[in-house]
Design a protein around this ligand. Structure first.
Ligand code: COA
Length: 380
């Protein structure tokens, strides 16, 4: 039998160098191209962060204006895509719709000449922008409502809520949605980003890479934990049940949804930012049930999970589902929304992969049968 070491799930394996994202799991810090996630959440926007990820520096005022205009011009969906969303089976999975739309979009790229494996994705921004328009429109069609033309004056997050609701959101809602996209934009070599890079390494187009990455994100081990947090909250029901629910969950070795992370060994910095949004929304909407339960659960869990040798803390999903719920977004859209943010990071990684490309081709350890003679069918 072949002898070699391997790491299941590639844990601890360094697969490439990257200048895009730095995560300090022990300190609970996250940086996009050197800028802390706290600074970006406070001062930046999804559009500016997309520029930063793709162009490796913060834009000047005129660069941002030009980039923003280009992104906003790409928001509207053409009739063929509207038809595709309308005809999507009612019980179909929206992540599969997104995969299909991205592949379909490649045929509609304005800059056909540049649309090749080496097209400049910084110019053909449809993938980044249109995902949000598709998710908003999918939601409207499922409710029997009409397509809403984008509003060019709104931020990326504000416009998403507008196209979903058909009414302009409050400024604070647009800001929260925009920062939610920003917080999900990039997170190193996770499964979907790695997928995007593997596909890019074959010199496939960015559309093929992104479509594949959406597929990787669609699995419950990657996207989707915030949906599970909402189910957990409904099971707990109210603050007074938290202690008994938690004790029973730990006795049954049940995982607390929105808790734990392969990289963070302290509270996820994105969870801290989203928690503030949940507090703000709970006050503004006069509905603090989820926030109250989650805070009580966090305090309780700290005494048990936070004191383990390998402590476990809230991750990005712990508070985000409740924020989306208070913004009127149904759970079935949570993972698609994750894709709408992460697509900026995928594109940055595709560009980085192309700069110094070598096709990914790892090995496996063969544990199958030794060579043996083929047996004719009549002799088996
Ligand atoms: N609740 C309770 N205990 C947890 C936990 C959770 N959510 N997550 C991890 N742990 C404990 C495990 O029971 C294990 O304890 P043990 O060593 O005493 O057996 C230890 O922490 C390591 O857990 P493990 O599942 O091996 O970590 P991982 O790095 O393979 O998995 C996750 C990371 C995120 C998949 C895992 O923490 C999880 O399933 N979390 C819940 C789902 C979730 O929120 N996912 C979103 C991630 S952003």
């Amino acid at each position: 039998m072949e002898q070699a070491s391997f790491s299941k799930g590639l844990e601890g394996v360094v697969a490439a160098t990257s200048d895009i994202c730095r995560i300090d799991g022990n300190a609970g810090k996250l940086y996009y191209r050197g800028y802390s996630i706290e600074d970006l959440a406070r001062h930046s926007s999804f559009e500016e962060v997309t520029f930063l990820l793709l162009n490796e520096h913060l834009p000047t005022e005129s660069e941002l204006k030009e980039f923003q205009e280009r992104m906003r011009r790409s928001r509207a969906l053409n009739p063929e895509i509207l038809e595709m969303i309308r005809n999507f089976p009612s019980d179909g999975k929206p992540m599969e719709l997104l995969q299909a739309v991205v592949s379909y979009l490649s045929g509609y790229v304005e800059h056909k000449i540049q649309h090749s494996a080496f097209c400049d994705c910084r110019i053909t921004l449809h993938q980044v922008v249109q995902l949000a328009s598709v998710v908003a429109t999918y939601h409207r069609f499922r409710q029997g409502k009409d397509y809403v033309e984008p509003d060019m004056s709104l931020s990326h997050g504000g416009n998403f809520l507008y196209m979903m609701r058909g009414e302009k959101p409050e400024d604070y809602e647009g800001r929260i949605m925009d920062v939610a996209f920003l917080l999900h934009a990039e997170h190193g070599f996770n499964a979907s980003t790695f997928t995007a890079r593997v596909v890019a390494s074959t010199i496939a187009t960015c559309y093929s890479s992104i479509s594949a990455a959406i597929g990787a994100l669609s699995g419950p081990l990657h996207g989707g934990a915030n949906e599970e947090v909402l189910k957990m909250l409904d099971k707990i029901g109210s603050v007074k049940n938290v202690d008994s629910w938690f004790t029973k969950a730990i006795e049954n070795k049940q995982k607390i949804m929105g808790y734990g992370h392969r990289v963070y060994k302290t509270k996820d910095p994105r969870a801290k930012i989203i928690e503030e949004f949940l507090q703000e929304l709970s006050e503004k909407k006069n509905d603090s049930r989820d926030y109250d339960i989650l805070k009580k659960l966090e305090t309780k869990a700290l005494t048990v999970l936070g004191t383990k040798d390998d402590p476990v803390y809230p991750n990005v999903d712990f508070f985000s589902g409740s924020v989306f719920k208070l913004l009127g977004i149904p759970p079935s859209l949570f993972t698609p929304i994750f894709a709408c943010g992460r697509v900026a990071g995928w594109l940055a990684h595709i560009l980085e992969q192309r700069k110094d490309n070598r096709i990914y081709r790892p090995k496996s350890l063969y544990h199958g049968p030794d060579p043996r003679p083929y047996v004719l069918i009549e002799d088996r």
